[in-house]
Structure formats: C-alpha cells, structure tokens
Design a protein. Structure first.
Length: 76
C-alpha cells in the first residue's frame, strides 16, 4: 500500500516544482521536491518556512515513490 501523499500548492524555491508531501509514518510527514529531491520535515517547512535540504534523509524507497508519483501526475 502506498503511503499518504499529496502535491502541495507551495513550490520548490530552487526549481518552482510543486512540492510533494509524503507520510512516512503516523507522526512523520516530509516534503520533497520531485526534481531536486531536496526534502524537509513537513512541520518545519510549512509552519516555520524552513528551506528544503540536500542532506535530508529520504529513504531510497521513498525517493522512488516520489519519482513515480511525479512521472504519473496528471498533466494538463
Ligand atoms: Zn526543486
């Protein structure tokens, strides 16, 4: 089963791609840019305006999911 995920209305400050929210576990959502693969904690980014980081630890399986969701997103 896929984890919770949703595209956000906010965009990556580096490439202007809509950010993707992924639920890693019940208490831990992350925000990932599907292009840069920079990431951050959902709470930090949304509530505190934190920047996405290159060094954020996104599990390999989650990176694959992000790429797949981005590739399969509805295109106009
Ligand atoms: Zn980006």
């Amino acid at each position: 089963m896929e984890p919770f995920h949703a595209f956000l209305t906010i965009k990556c400050s580096h490439c202007a791609t809509p950010l993707l929210r992924i639920g890693l576990s019940q208490n831990s959502d992350i925000v990932v840019c599907p292009i840069c693969l920079k990431a951050g904690s959902y709470d930090d980014v949304l509530e505190e305006g934190a920047e996405l980081s290159d060094g954020y630890d996104v599990p390999a399986g989650t990176q694959e999911l992000v790429r797949r969701l981005w590739a399969n997103r509805a295109t106009p």
